[in-house]
Design a protein around this ligand. Structure first.
Ligand SMILES: O=C(O)C(=O)C[C@H](O)[C@H](O)CO
Ligand SMILES: [Mg+2]
Length: 403
């Protein structure tokens, strides 16, 4: 088999997505997600201008060799643009290989290790009582695990509090909006949020929370300690994780399980956190960490240290990433949980998929490949619209801080 053509499809059905489509001389095609929120065109150019010319004529079945060629061969390794581009290629190649074998991707990876993939949904509210209502609504829909985020009194806009009740979208059109931040207000508010959520939802629902990289290590330690009575499934991204050593301090102070890694791109970013057992869940995902080939390597390292997977699954990861992730999740032995934010109907129509949700669990379906396709005619009706993630400033003096 040979790769005869490849193209990048950029479309914006509700939000921007970058999709790579690879064609072969045997008529089989595969697609991969290469979306990098707020920097989409950089990956599109990387693929079109630098990667696609190197793919033509290669055997698509040599996934490992092509991965190594793009990673080692570029000389400039790692980084979100490079690794999202490699992920787009890798996912499309696994799609082709599974279609050639006439089996769903999870079968090719080694078969299923569980009956379904436990996912967590997002309950957001402008205040505690609205968040509690949302948590109960998610419980009603069958979710076994729910992430709770709420507006903080005295702060105008806070990460995680969506604009609608079912869909979440942090990216703004045209130019980034500015949010304000006060760690003191957030740290006062959050334990009270979980106190009320836990009482309302009962002991059996898994609760999660994302601090979105905004704390210092000692503040993170305090939050983890204050949340211990509410038995969280995880506390995510407390501090900016490029300072990996700081997790030692957080860990020494709290037994609240920690999750990190949605912005990591390679095994090198998470190696120390995993080997030193400083985290409990690794959040690297198919699209931003080099595809199935590299994610598998990360998961295998994590398994040695009882670290489980908990892949990122926000709406800026396309249904193509979701389909590939669910196949991975159904197989991976050290699975923990999968994030699931529903896409809009517009997005779902452009990306028809075999995956489904029932009673808090998802299944990738039985279609050959990863089970997600793209309707190119419909995609062409939604041209790219520039959009950015917000920036964040300290409320008291306007210092730019972590978002
Ligand atoms: O889903 C999460 O945990 C996030 O933190 C979502 C991110 O802010 C989002 O994917 C950024 O593009
Ligand atoms: Mg997050």
């Amino acid at each position: 088999m040979k790769i005869t053509a490849a193209k990048v499809i950029v479309c914006a059905p509700s939000r921007n997505f970058v999709t790579l489509k690879i064609e072969t001389d045997e008529g089989l095609t595969g697609i991969g997600d290469a979306t990098l929120n707020g920097r989409e065109l950089a990956v599109a150019s990387y693929l079109t201008d630098h990667v696609i010319p190197c793919l033509i004529g290669r055997d698509p079945q040599q996934i490992e060799d092509i991965w190594q060629y793009l990673y080692k061969g570029a000389y400039w390794r790692r980084g979100p643009v490079t690794m999202s581009a490699i992920a787009g290629v890798d996912t499309a190649l696994w799609d082709i290989k599974a279609k050639a074998a006439n089996m769903p991707l999870y079968q090719l990876l080694g078969g299923k290790s569980r009956t379904g993939v436990m996912v967590y949904g997002h309950a957001n509210g402008k205040d505690i009582s609205q968040t509690v209502e949302e948590v109960l609504r998610y419980k009603e829909m069958g979710y076994k695990a729910i992430r709770a985020q709420s507006g903080v009194p005295g702060l105008e806009k806070v990460y995680g509090v969506g604009r609608g009740s079912m869909f979440y979208e942090p990216a703004d059109a045209d130019l980034p909006s500015e949010h304000d931040w006060s760690t003191e207000k957030y740290l006062r508010h959050t334990p009270e949020l979980f106190d009320q959520v836990r009482v309302a939802v009962g002991p059996d629902i898994h609760l999660l929370h994302d601090a979105h990289h905004r704390l210092t290590p000692i503040e993170a330690a305090r939050l983890g300690k204050d949340l211990e009575p509410y038995r969280l499934f995880w506390l995510e991204d407390t501090t900016p994780a490029e300072n990996q050593e700081s997790f030692r301090l957080i860990r020494q102070h709290t037994t609240t399980p920690l999750a990190v890694g949605e912005i990591f791109n390679t095994i090198w970013d998470c190696k120390d956190l995993i080997q030193n057992q400083l985290i409990d869940y690794i959040r690297t995902t198919v699209v931003h960490a080099g595809g199935i080939t590299h994610l598998r390597r990360i998961a295998d390292l994590a398994a040695l240290y009882q670290v489980r997977t908990g892949s990122h699954g926000a709406t800026d990861l396309s249904p193509v990433c979701m389909g590939a992730a669910l196949n991975f999740d159904l197989w991976v032995p050290n699975f923990g949980i999968q994030e699931y934010m529903r896409h809009t109907d517009e997005t779902d129509a452009v990306f028809p998929h075999a995956y489904s949700f029932k009673d808090g669990f998802m299944h990738p379906g039985e279609a050959p490949g990863h089970g997600v396709t793209i309707d190119e005619t419909l995609a062409a009706k939604y041209p790219y619209k520039r959009a950015y993630l917000p920036v964040n400033r300290l409320q008291h003096d306007g210092t730019l801080t972590n978002w």
